[in-house]
Design a protein around this ligand. Structure first.
Ligand code: CA2
Length: 149
């Protein structure tokens, strides 16, 4: 059985590629999913890629990743990045390494986007590379997972 990496996406990311291309680029979340699968395949990893507009559902999926013994978790918490202690707590309870991804450079935008609650639980944070950030996250996770074997 291949090791599994959960890739979780937060609210409104289903709209990626449809609006605000000057901030988020023109690629869609389906493009990001394809990129994740292609990258993961190179390392013999499987990907479970999901998006939700609901905080509780994302928390349930983080718990599921723990119960299913996921090898790693990539998360773009979207707007919850800047608000959610509950997602932080769920991630802190996860043994597997977490990589936080943002499509845009959150440090070059409004001041409120510079604070991430989630970063405290992340082994690494990637932002500003557009959807390529997802591929970078999986590549980095593959190295972390190897190091744990
Ligand atoms: O840059 C990122 O990936 C963000 O996580 C995206 C979030 C934003 O709240 C974070 O500060 C940074 C927004 C996701 C919504 O994405 C949309 C994309 C296109 C059109 C509408 C929303």
């Amino acid at each position: 059985m291949p090791k599994i990496v959960y890739v979780l996406n937060g609210p409104n990311l289903n709209l990626l590629g449809t609006r605000e291309p000057e901030i988020y680029g023109g690629a869609t979340l389906a493009d990001a999913e394809k990129l994740c699968r292609a990258t993961a395949e190179r390392y013999g990893l499987a990907v479970d890629f999901r998006q939700s507009n609901h905080e509780g559902e994302i928390i349930d999926w983080i718990h599921e990743a723990g119960a299913e013994k996921a090898a790693g978790l990539v998360i773009n918490p979207a707007g919850y990045t800047h608000t959610s202690v509950a997602i932080l707590d769920a991630l802190l309870a996860l043994a597997a390494p977490v990589v936080e991804v943002h499509v845009s450079n959150i440090h070059a935008r409004e001041p409120f986007r510079r604070r991430s609650y989630v970063s405290q639980a992340a082994r690494a944070v990637i932002c500003g590379f557009g959807i390529d950030g997802y591929a970078l996250a999986i590549t980095g996770l593959a190295t972390m997972i190897d190091a744990r074997d």
